[in-house]
Design a protein around this ligand. Sequence first.
Ligand code: FES
Ligand code: FES
Length: 182
Amino acid sequence: MEAQVSLTVDGEQRTVSIDTRTTLLDALRDRLGIHSPKKGCDHGQCGSCTVLVDGRRVTSCLSLAVAQDGVTVVTAAGLASTDDAGGDGATPDELHPMQRAFIDQDGFQCGYCTPGQVCSAVGMLDEFAAGAPSHVTEDLTGETELTDAEIRERMSGNLCRCGAYPNILAAIRQAANEEAGR
Ligand code: FES
Ligand code: FES
């Protein structure tokens, strides 16, 4: 069965007619030609397909595209501001602070897991700022400190097979400090 799905992806309004069994990841990559989110495991276990849906991180391989009709999707490529937002052929002219931090801290070694890591890191900092606890948060009533353990736990759904974790941690720390004005 086919259904029409409308999405705003990286600032651009897109409409596509798809089989209702199509995942958001396949709709983005195979139907809309947006290749920033990567297909790693296709089972929700590696995080390489992570995108931001209405500002929240989502593993797009686990989400049906029809369930996301009308949402706003931001991929790692779309995090950079463009001088042609929403238009064709937009060229990123300013990196998102998280993208810059990943470069500064050498937080990636391949292009495969990095888009998911960057999206997840942005979503994770927003979740933390909104007061969402993690599995390692000890005090659920007070203010939580963004410790290394908190960052690692909150990023544990994003795997990196080349072990760039210390640099990814440093990158998120840099972006978090910038956000806090430190
Ligand atoms: S491809 Fe979606 S979590 Fe691995
Ligand atoms: S940097 Fe991509 S798997 Fe590690």
